[in-house]
Design a protein around this ligand. Structure first.
Ligand code: MN
Ligand code: MN
Length: 467
């Protein structure tokens, strides 16, 4: 009969894994929630662009939401909210659960640093009447992508007297921006023969910061002098103060809807704000969890997680130990009983470059948040490789919570690869698995994600923190 399903079709429905576009699985109501959540995300992206600005933004929001700075030995009960600001560059927030702390915490980890151009410690120079800043890039970038775009400058300068000057210029309407030049195609015959990796070299990433000389016929370096005069008037600094500065140049583009259907978001630094922000919001939306929820938004992931604001340091471990001791428990036992979603972006399948991903094991835009069992490269080197048992548990939590998710790995075998902070947390004896939003053009000045995947990430963190 025409309407009867064939045995093969019925069996396929029972036995085969299926994947559908998120929109085919979401109600109109959920899509509305998704779009409004993404509006909030884009606002956040335009407000806070660097690890320091995000830490400031988050601590303000946390204070507004009843979080108080964590103090060792403080008396804590279910529903209490605490946070730790690690040197102004990373944040841990926690909400005390109703279950004893000895049953472990639910931990979400993401990073708030993104690839960028850092100023060198002696950055300012003048060459042929143009003023420049010398840079050293931070994280893995394709250098040629960072030329000929507007850049903004963010960070701090610590003066000799100890005063810390905040810098944020190039984001607000009316602000000037900064710029790295590239050769005109007419004269790029030699440059075009360079490999893409060498197309723009590290020492060619020099940022134009001015061209107006101080009025004086006799002296040299007058453009530099005029720039120093402006900086002195604006920030009270002299040239030596750059020695103790952290200045970061990032793309000055705002986050925008992408596409006629507005289904995508273009922005600088989705990696890994697109996981950090949803994890932070999820934590606010679980006011009294069963298990104590901990969200760590860390720094230094893009340079390998070393340093005292990165996850190779002990600051997470110390926090969990101190937290355990507030309840008279041993931190080591709390860590061993804990579970973690290590939240970081993954490579989305790009139809223009299909050859680098394996179609059965990669993440697709609009197919939900991506759970990655293992990362690493060259025979899984450098991965914590989550256990089947733990992946099974996460799978049940996500499915029971109606979260749209998929699995995927970062590229074909031996194509390259990359790591996340998962191993550093797993090394604390915490069950840990990677999860994150698929991104196109990762590490480019303007990256692309799908709105439904951002929403799916938020939903995943929320149901996990509720578990
Ligand atoms: Mn990342
Ligand atoms: Mn990255």
């Amino acid at each position: 009969m025409a309407n009867e399903k064939s045995e093969a079709k019925t069996l396929k429905e029972q036995l085969f894994a299926t994947q559908k576009h998120a929109v085919q699985r979401m109600t109109e109501e959920e899509l509305t929630l998704c779009n409004s959540f993404c509006d909030d995300y884009m606002n956040f992206m335009n407000t806070a662009k660097t690890e320091r600005e995000i830490t400031t933004f988050l601590t303000d929001e946390l204070e507004k939401n009843g979080f108080v700075p964590f103090q060792y030995g403080m008396k804590l009960k279910a529903g209490d909210k605490i946070y730790l600001n690690n040197r102004g560059k990373s944040v841990i927030l926690a909400t005390i659960g109703t279950a004893p702390i000895s049953e472990g915490v639910r931990l979400c980890a993401a990073h708030i640093d993104s690839p960028r151009l850092d100023m060198k410690q002696n950055p300012l120079y003048e060459q042929d009447e143009i003023g420049y800043f010398k840079t050293h890039y931070y994280g893995g970038i394709k250098k040629y992508q960072w030329t000929a775009i507007p850049l903004s400058l963010h960070g701090v300068i610590v003066r000799k007297d100890g005063e810390k000057v905040q810098v944020r210029i190039g984001e607000d309407a009316g602000d000037p921006v900064f710029y790295i030049t590239d050769l005109l195609p007419h004269l790029a015959t030699d440059q075009m023969k360079r490999s893409l990796a060498q197309g723009i070299k590290g020492e060619e990433l020099n940022i134009v910061v001015g061209s107006m000389p101080f009025r004086d016929d006799k002296e040299s370096n007058l453009v530099k002098l005029n720039l120093m005069k402006i900086l002195n008037e604006k920030y009270g600094i002299i040239e030596e103060d750059f020695l103790s500065a952290e200045l970061e140049a990032v793309p000055a583009f705002p986050a925008k809807d992408v596409g006629f259907d507005r289904s995508l978001i273009g922005a600088y630094g989705h990696d890994d704000k697109v996981c950090s922000y949803p994890a932070f919001r999820a934590s606010l939306d679980v006011p009294t969890p069963t298990h104590t929820s901990v969200v760590i938004l860390t720094d230094k992931e893009e340079t390998g997680s070393d340093g005292n604001t990165g996850l190779c340091s002990s600051y997470l471990k110390y926090f969990l130990m101190d937290l355990a001791e507030c309840f008279g428990e041993n931190g080591r036992h709390v860590m061993s009983a804990s579970k973690c979603l290590s939240a970081d972006v993954n490579a989305g399948f790009d139809p223009t470059f299909p050859e680098v991903l394996e179609r059965n094991n990669c993440a697709y835009l609009n197919h939900g948040v991506c759970v990655t069992k293992f990362t690493g490269a060259r025979g899984k080197s450098g991965t914590s490789d989550a256990s089947a048992e733990f992946v099974g548990e996460i799978r049940r939590i996500l499915d029971d919570g109606g979260v749209i998710w998929q699995t995927g790995e970062l590229g074909k075998v031996d194509m390259g690869g990359g790591g996340t902070v998962a191993l550093y947390i797993a090394n604390l004896d915490v069950d840990t698995v990677d999860i994150g939003v698929p991104v196109l053009s990762m590490h480019a000045p303007y990256e692309l994600v799908a709105k439904t995947d951002v929403w799916a990430a938020y939903r995943a963190f929320k149901v996990f923190l509720e578990s």
